[in-house]
Design a protein around this ligand. Sequence first.
Ligand SMILES: NC(=O)c1ccc[n+]([C@@H]2O[C@H](COP(=O)([O-])OP(=O)(O)OC[C@H]3O[C@@H](n4cnc5c(N)ncnc54)[C@H](O)[C@@H]3O)[C@@H](O)[C@H]2O)c1
Length: 361
Amino acid sequence: MSEATPGGVLVTGGAGFIGSALSRLSVSPNARWVAVDTLNPRIHESQERPPALHPSAELITGDIVDPATWDHVLADWSPDVVVHLAAETDTGLSLDHPVRFSTVNVDGTAQLMQALRRHNVTPRRIVVASSRAVYGEGVWRDAATGDERTRSQRTHSELLAGQWDFPGASPVAARAGLTPTNTSNVYATTKLAQEGLLSAWCSSHGVDLSILRLQNVYGPGQSLINPYTGILALFVRLAAEGKAIPVYEDGAMLRDFVHIDDVARAFATVISEDYAEHGTTMYDIGTGAPASVFEVAEAIASELGAPTPVVTGNFREGDVRHAWCEVADAFSRLEWSPQIDWRTGISAYVNWYLERNGAQR
Ligand SMILES: NC(=O)c1ccc[n+]([C@@H]2O[C@H](COP(=O)([O-])OP(=O)(O)OC[C@H]3O[C@@H](n4cnc5c(N)ncnc54)[C@H](O)[C@@H]3O)[C@@H](O)[C@H]2O)c1
């Protein structure tokens, strides 16, 4: 058997939104940078190489669940770093397609681990894109006692009654390592399983693992054909059509919208050789400065001259009430901090959306 060429970066799901942005920051002339991606038609309309992927990135079209993909990718290559992004990503879909979600997200991760063993490849570091979803409703502080505890998913009857918050308590920002995980939907459970599988495998094989728990990522390059891509694309489309944006619950749900450029920089930082923390490290990647969904809808409507958003009182099972994170750990240990606040980023996103669709303000 010939020696595998060492070095470079392997990115599963590397042709997607985050992978393409990462390629533009981390492809270098000195080492291979390979995206392994199915080009899922729900995300990639044309099934062709996305123009956003750096021209020097290699693209191998293949399914991470299929061992043959790995046998092809790792036949003669031993990457220095593996960034694991490939996943089924939509929370709403995951309840109706649990097999697909667990096959791609859980079995796909296991296939990656098994293939590394089969090919005797031990990367220096693996990085996995996890999600804020692993916290579920997160921790709430009791106003009377000051006690903090996790809350379970809100029940159907609470939501029907318009009881959006947990009475007498206020939400606390998530903090990786301190906030307990508490998944409340299928997608979240598969993301937590990815963390657990990789933690076990990496610590047994002496591989450094970085888990990045991402808040709501948005920005240019986000799939506009995927109806599940997040609320911003939907909000911008409706406002661009001159419609009033409908906002669920009472509109006060907090979300932490973090710009794709900041997220790609966080990944580029952990894969760099300058980042020397060993073992398993875990960071929240957000802005730490959440906005209410109504505020965001209002900002988009005002950018596009659309009517004021309408609070509908509708709700979606499995949605959490509030989600945002602290970024102090990422700042002190990773020397990463978000640079783009949501108002600036969303205004630029609106411009990108209009340009892409040949529309005008
Ligand atoms: N975008 C966000 O707001 C967000 C938030 C939290 C976590 N994440 C996580 O970040 C990662 C990347 O997300 P993204 O926003 O770039 O999503 P994306 O859908 O744009 O990219 C995912 C890529 O994975 C590919 N893929 C899907 N199934 C595959 C398979 N079986 N084999 C090979 N490739 C496959 C898709 O074709 C796509 O190109 C995901 O793991 C997601 O769970 C994203």
